[in-house]
Structures are given as C-alpha cells and as structure tokens.
Design a protein around this ligand. Structure first.
Ligand code: SF4
Length: 379
C-alpha cells in the first residue's frame, strides 16, 4: 500500500515544491474558486495536514482525452501536483497491473477506503440492452458505477461524456449512452455527484473541486446542472477576448478572411460562447499563456460544456444567446447591500446601452438571422 502522507507545511518543500511555490499555487486555486486569497493558506494546510484523498477512477465509454488533459499539461507542475495531492488508487489507463490483478486492486481499495474515497468517472454509461456495450472484467460499467459509487464519499463526473452523455450520446445514441448522475439517480444511489464537463475538461477545475472537498469537507456550490459555480457560473461570451468586436458588430464571416485574421468575433461562424457556461477564456489550457483555448486559436466555441449544445447542435449553426450582459470585467455596478442607487442605475443603463444597445445593436439585431453579408461575399 502506498504511503499517503504529504510533506508538512513546516518543511522546506511540499510535494517536491518549495513551500512558497506551493502556497502560491493554492492561493491561485482559491482565487479561481472565488474564495479570498487567504483561503489559499487554509487549502494548503488542509491538504498537507491529512492523508491524501484516495481516488478511484472508472473509465466508461470515452476516448481517454480526459486523462490525457490531466497528464499532458505542457508545464510539468500541474500533473505532478495532481498526482502528488491525490492518491490515485485505481485507474485503468495508468495501472501497472491489468486483468485479475487490476480487479483485485480495485476491490481492495474500495474496501480499505470505504466511504472515504472519491470516485471519478469519465465516459458515458451505456444503459441500452442492460449495459452490455461497455464491460470491464466481465461486468457492465453500469453495474460497476453503481457498486463503486455506493461506497464513495462523492462522485466526480469528469468530462462531457460522464456529465451529460457527450460524443457517444449523439443522435442516434446506439448504446443508450447516459450521464453518470442520471444512472445513479435511477438506481437509487444517493452519493453526491459533481459534474466537471468539457471535452476535454480543464484540469484546474478538477483539481480545484477535489481540493475544495478535501479542505471544506463538502462540495463547492453547484449550479442546476451540478457544475461548480466557480468554474461554470458565467457564459464564455462574458469573458471572451473577442467580446469588444461582438459589441461593435465586427464579425469574421469565413475562416481565413480578413476579419478572421484580425481576430474579430466568431459568432457568425457558429461560436456557442453566448449559450455556454465555462471559464475557458479565463483558465485557459496547457499552461502556455494567453490565447490557449478554442476561440483564442481562431475556432468558434462548440459548446462542449453545455448539455444540449456540444455534439447536439451542428458545429457552425449560430448560437442562441442566453442573455447579453456586459462583459464581467466591466466595472461593478451593484455596490453594497442597499440596492442600486439612482446614479448607479443610470450608469448601468448607460453601460448596458453602450455595451448592448447602441454599439452592439447591429450585432444583436442580426443574431440568429441568415447572414446576408455572407451571401454578398459570394458564398
Ligand atoms: S460569440 Fe464567441 S467569439 Fe464572439 S465574443 Fe462571444 S464567445 Fe467570443
């Protein structure tokens, strides 16, 4: 059995990192979760003062992209920290053993950490024909999910497939691919489930959720789709670096056209940012700096974190905007708890007018309509 202890926070290094770097990392995660900077120290203390949380990882109908996104970060820090901060007891892709040996390890870990382990599920669960389309060790993954979730402290459904069906559930969904939380609910399993959708999901959102659970002994605040609000509380459109172009009615109309090369808004190329909740433009991917997310590289967001959008709506069909708020980086207009003062109301109205009404009018009135500009360009 592995030693599950961390280094102490009083030591010079923690998890192989300097104490200062480790604190900085925890503070960054705290801020990303909407917690005060000081919560970073609490997270650092909590995760070093106890045994590493045991994690069992069940893979169902998936492409292994979720695992790859955790382990293939360009910068070595993240995956090292993930593997240092949790004790990954069972993971089919990463286990040294296989077959009977792997099964024995799974049942042994479940018994040893009964009621304490976190079950991570990636991939959708086939339920058609009693779940025969995905089996591990002779058992359907549907029965394995129920068995493993029953004794878990919490279930983390990582990736779009386990959160809401993802790729395998695309029409005509031949295997009856279903999200983990739906299967568990139908089978009467009461273990709390948190969804971290994305294709692939952002590893920071996964790590932040696990560390929040370890520190505060409860799941973070969730939205109506069981996603952590700190990561999925805002539309992509609110934080997108191309948003000023949207508000000004400047759109790319074809891949490679002058507007596309200038970095104009991708709405008319099918960007689903206005109806997709996620922190991609803020959290980014692979630790390589600004622009490392789909829209940043010039491709429209395809809505992978949103049930009923990604893998459901055609890639280049225009989005159905949920609502049009000013970008989240705009000045706060709701100070204090006494309500909105007339002055602030006027400011908000002016703001909304400027951001949505006047400057964005040309853009907004054209949403969802056939793009005559495209025709003008001879398409
Ligand atoms: S439509 Fe897409 S590219 Fe345009 S501002 Fe919104 S999220 Fe960004």
């Amino acid at each position: 059995m592995k030693d599950l202890e961390y280094g102490s926070m009083n030591e010079e290094t923690v998890c192989g990192f300097s104490r200062r770097d480790f604190l900085k990392f925890c503070s960054t995660l705290a801020v990303g979760m909407g917690l005060p900077l000081s919560a970073g120290a609490k997270i650092a203390e909590a995760v070093t003062a106890q045994k590493r949380p045991p994690v069992l990882w069940l893979s169902a109908q998936e492409c292994t992209g979720c695992t790859e996104s955790l382990l293939r970060a360009n910068h070595p820090t993240l995956e090292k920290l993930i593997l240092e901060l949790i004790s990954l007891e069972y993971h089919e892709t990463l286990l040294v053993g296989s077959g009977k040996q792997a099964e024995e390890w799974r049942t042994k870990s479940m018994k040893e950490y009964k009621g304490k382990y976190i079950l991570v599920v990636d991939g959708s669960i086939p339920v058609k024909d009693n779940g025969i389309y995905c089996k591990i060790g002779g058992k359907t993954v549907m029965s394995l999910l129920v068995e493993m979730a029953t004794d878990a402290a919490a279930v983390v459904a990582i990736g779009s497939c386990s959160s809401w069906g993802g790729v395998p559930s695309a029409d005509p969904n031949p295997t009856g691919a279903s999200p983990a939380h739906e299967v568990l609910k139908n089978k009467g399993v009461k273990t709390p489930v948190v969804n971290i959708p994305g294709c692939p999901p952002n590893p920071y959102n996964f790590l932040s959720t696990v560390l929040y659970y370890v520190t505060f002994k409860k799941l973070p605040e969730l939205d109506d789709q069981a996603r952590p609000k700190f990561a999925y509380g805002r539309l992509i459109h609110e934080n997108c670096e191309r948003r000023p172009h949207f508000d000004a009615g400047r759109f790319a109309l074809q891949f490679g056209d002058e507007e596309h090369r200038k970095g104009y808004c991708l709405y008319k190329l099918g960007c689903k940012g206005p109806e997709t909740f996620a922190n991609c433009p803020v959290q980014l991917f692979n630790d390589v700096g600004s622009g490392a997310w789909p829209v940043g590289t010039g491709h429209p967001c395809f809505g992978c974190t949103e049930k009923g959008v990604g893998f459901t709506v055609p890639l280049h069909t225009p989005a159905r905007p949920k609502y049009l708020t000013p970008p989240s980086l705009f000045t706060e207009v709701y100070p204090g708890k006494e309500g909105i003062s007339p002055g602030v109301k006027a400011l908000a109205a002016g703001f909304a007018g400027a951001a949505i009404g006047a400057a964005g009018a040309a853009a907004v009135t054209g949403l969802g309509k056939k793009d005559d500009d495209t025709k003008d360009k001879g398409e």
